[in-house]
Write a protein that binds this ligand. Structure first.
Ligand SMILES: NC(=O)c1ccc[n+]([C@@H]2O[C@H](COP(=O)([O-])OP(=O)(O)OC[C@H]3O[C@@H](n4cnc5c(N)ncnc54)[C@H](OP(=O)(O)O)[C@@H]3O)[C@@H](O)[C@H]2O)c1
Length: 193
């Protein structure tokens, strides 16, 4: 079960384009959300910490004009949380035009100096945080993607191509680089890009 509190009930408007941004309360996710707002999208920000989300909604909402900005507490690495989000959006009849899989986090120590059990936990947790999270959210919301014209974005990293100091993180981001090619081939054929 998720340790995140229950998601707030969000009701995006029926019209206009909707962008869903995981980790939209901070950093790159929040900056991406701001850019999508300027591009004319309504915004639904996802994350685990309600306060950060509420503060991002207040700031972005002040610039939103006639666009809608809302948030929902969702742990995107938890199947039940993602299923609840998908079910909620389906019930509202709302399509998703842009999905930004931004949520992710660097690994804790992964150098094996704490033993193999700790190494295994750390690698699995890093994979879950950076790969399974995007797979779950994309798969959960795929039936709601606008077709044609929907967009799915994955946040990779140059570290996934060049290597880096955190091997589990590097490997997880590299996995996204491979998966996006398969995803693009499949969704492209069914009219969502
Ligand atoms: N910063 C860089 O230099 C850099 C470079 C290359 C790639 N990236 C990638 O860009 C993305 C954003 O990075 P950032 O630097 O902006 O980091 P950040 O500020 O730590 O953003 C991560 C966001 O994701 C959310 N999040 C994490 N796990 C989540 C989960 N399971 N469910 C829902 N939300 C979750 C976090 O909020 P909660 O903790 O409240 O859930 C937070 O808002 C990451 O995927 C990162 O790997 C970053």
């Amino acid at each position: 079960m998720s340790s995140a509190p229950q998601g707030t009930c969000v009701q995006p408007p029926a019209g206009g384009r909707l962008a869903v941004v995981s980790g939209g309360g901070t950093g790159i996710g929040r900056a991406s959300a701001a850019a999508l707002l300027v591009a004319g999208c309504h915004l639904l920000l996802l994350g685990r910490r309600r306060q950060l989300l509420e503060s991002a909604v207040a700031a972005l909402g002040a610039e939103a004009g006639d666009r809608w900005v809302g948030s929902r507490v969702v742990d995107v690495s938890e199947p039940s949380d993602v299923a609840e989000l998908a079910s909620h959006l389906r019930a509202t009849g709302r399509r998703v035009d842009v999905l930004v899989n931004n949520a992710g986090s660097p690994a804790a120590s992964t150098h094996g100096d704490k033993g193999l059990a700790a190494l295994s936990s750390s690698w699995l947790e890093t994979y879950r945080a950076n790969v399974v999270s995007a797979v779950l959210l994309t798969s959960g919301l795929e039936p709601l993607l606008t077709r044609p014209g929907g967009r799915v974005v994955l946040l990779g990293s140059t570290a996934g191509l060049t290597g880096g100091a955190s091997p589990a993180y590097v490997a997880a981001k590299a996995a996204l680089h491979g998966w996006v090619l398969t995803l693009a081939g499949r969704l492209g054929r069914t009219a969502s890009r």
